[in-house]
Design a protein around this ligand. Structure first.
Ligand SMILES: [Zn+2]
Ligand SMILES: [Zn+2]
Length: 355
């Protein structure tokens, strides 16, 4: 085997290049994975344009990694290539995906099983090298076996789907609830499908881009509202006999999307903010107080991967429709990042193949 491989290396804002780097060696408790396919995430674009956000600015307490150079890419499926010392229970050739949480296992939150609250929390591809590469090494505890019914391409959606499952769970959605999803990007389109799988009666999607509204309707939305053309709150009120939605998912995380989520919901509603809110958002208590609305947040995932894999395996969540292109790692910037940034109305998820 050659001793170098191709990888996408992030070094700072607007500084990402495809390079030959050494093939990583698995340390104790680690496995080396051969990457099959890796999706491009909105957070990859954030890190490229304005990062570091999730990439640590100081040496990470678990991995020691800080800033670049860093191999990015965290939504992937892979095959086990080799096992490091003390990595047991897996065989070369096993098809896997990875729960990207890196946690200490000993802090008070880890002891409660609240791993995404770990005091030393890190994530694969931000605090360690990721999967826009031919190989990567991860701790064996992060691995999940892909069911036979989950193809490699579908497996690349396990991570964002785990995010979506948690978003829905955070609102304690009940059978028969009506739901508003603000923002029909990849996460919003997964959230709406998870909500339907969880028993939502009807899903209303609010999204300015026509192509994304069409996709939402194709995937089962009862109504897709253009907030630049009509008042989303009134449209949902009209469709629900003035009840509005029982649950709202803000999959954008800006003032306008949060205000829309408040308007789209009825009394005793729960609003979950799933989008990473990079700027301050003003909350008018009076718009929530009288109706006893709740606001909650969802960050990443904890134990949602088995549910995500089950939803992929039995086809209740359609991810194939979200794939807008398939590209080679060599073309990551020109055929991946750039179209996602410049033609978002033509793209949802672009899958990247290392070879
Ligand atoms: Zn992601
Ligand atoms: Zn911990």
């Amino acid at each position: 085997m050659a001793d170098t491989m191709k990888a996408a290396v992030w070094r700072g804002q607007k500084d990402l290049s495809i390079e030959q780097v050494p093939i990583p060696q698995p340390g104790p408790g680690e496995v080396r994975l051969k990457v099959k396919v890796c999706g491009i995430c909105g957070s990859d674009l954030h890190e490229y344009n304005e990062g570091p956000f999730l990439i640590p600015r100081r040496p990470h307490p678990l991995t020691g990694r800080q800033g670049g150079p860093l191999v990015v890419g965290h939504e992937f499926s892979a095959e086990i290539d080799s096992l490091g010392p003390e990595a047991e229970g897996w065989q070369p050739g096993d098809r896997v995906t990875v729960n990207c949480l890196l946690y200490c296992g000993v802090c008070a939150y880890c002891q409660r099983g609240q791993y995404n609250m770990c005091l030393k929390l890190g994530t694969v591809a931000f605090a360690s090298d990721g999967a826009f590469a031919e190989f990567l090494c991860v701790p064996a505890y992060t691995l999940l076996k892909l069911p036979d019914a989950v193809t490699d391409d579908m497996g690349a959606f396990a991570e964002p789907l785990a995010v979506a499952v948690r978003v829905v769970k955070r609102t304690r959605l009940e059978l028969g609830h009506s739901v508003a999803v603000i923002g029909a990007g990849p996460i919003g389109l997964l959230v709406m499908q998870v909500a339907l799988a969880a028993g939502a009666s009807r899903v209303f999607v609010v999204e300015p881009m026509a192509a994304r509204r069409e996709m939402a309707l194709k995937l089962g939305a009862a109504l897709a509202i253009d907030p630049t053309a009509e008042d989303a709150g009134k449209a949902i009120a009209a469709a629900t006999g003035n009840m509005r939605a029982d649950r709202a998912f803000d999959c954008v995380g800006i003032q306008a999307s949060f205000d829309t989520a408040v308007k789209c919901t009825g009394r005793r509603a729960v609003i979950c903010v799933a989008g990473m809110a990079l700027k301050p958002v003003e909350v008018r208590f009076l718009s929530l107080w009288g109706h006893e609305k709740e606001i909650t947040f969802s960050t990443g995932y904890e134990d949602e991967f088995p549910a995500a894999l089950a939803l992929l395996a039995d086809g209740r969540v359609d991810v194939e429709s979200l794939i807008s292109d398939r590209i080679k790692l060599d073309d990551l910037l020109s055929a991946g990042y750039e179209p996602l940034m410049n033609q978002p109305d033509q793209h949802l998820k672009i899958l990247v193949y290392p070879e």
